[in-house]
Design a protein around this ligand. Sequence first.
Ligand SMILES: [Fe+2]
Ligand SMILES: [Fe+2]
Length: 335
Amino acid sequence: MYTQALNQAEPETVATEEPGRLARFQERIDAEERIEPNDWMPAAYRRTLIRQISQHAHSEIVGMLPEGNWITRAPSLRRKAALLAKVQDEGGHGLYLYAAAETLGVTREELVDQLLSGAAKYSSIFNYPTLTWADIGAIGWLVDGAAIMNQIPLCRTSYGPYARAMIRICKEESFHQRQGYEIMLTLCRGTPEQKAMAQDALNRWWWPALMMFGPPDSESQHTAQSMRWKIKRFTNDELRQKFVDATVPQGLYLGLTFPDPDLRFDPETGHWRFGAIDWEEFRRVLAGHGPCNRERLEARRRAHAEGAWVREAALANAAKRRQRTAYAAQRIAAE
Ligand SMILES: [Fe+2]
Ligand SMILES: [Fe+2]
């Protein structure tokens, strides 16, 4: 899923690089050329991308956990099959993104170590618990919906492998968003208890979904550099507003109430105005003090440890294949 705009450039090293090269690089960016793995790029551009793409990959992988928790409890076979496919897609997104990050010269092992040691960030939204089945609806509708808003512009991001990975990911995200909304629609047309469950899920997921776009532009000091490099195409606040404008009418159609007394339509601008976001909570969860931070990392560490035999077996198998090919080549040479 999910670049929550932790994705920020580090402009400090730019000045030390040869000005001519930098100017040519910027010209290529301005001309909308894609930067490819073997092309020259400023060190800060590379670092920014490694961080952004790997945080995005980690978010996909950790994002499997809150929903995976409901696979065995989905209310019907159809719901189970759809949720299983969705969670599997998220694993696939993580793999494309790790592969895209690897083209920048970092290894998969380093990236996984950064996640498991707690050094790397992932989207804070996954540190909230999934308490009821309606949470699976709310996650698809709101969290995947927010992810799409963030990721559609990334299909045109300046780094080629990242942009290409995003095209496929966005197609799958739109299925995720629709399956979530359809769960919400079914609950809202159901019994009063089911509708109350949907309302409760919206109440808990709405504000964290708005936080997914990252801190306000006034506090996001590196956004400007990322925009110049066309890694980002819109600021955090612009994307957040697009999401609110798209999502509020969907919630009203469901007959739900948003947990924001200040939410109102502004006919002059055509935008939905919303209340103040609790950035203290955002920082607290980001710093590791959300309801499930510890549980999520423990689950990933356990999965990694339990998967050790798979990695060993795959390596042993690859070594055996290499050896067989080498023997065969020797025999042919000897004949
Ligand atoms: Fe995803
Ligand atoms: Fe998704």
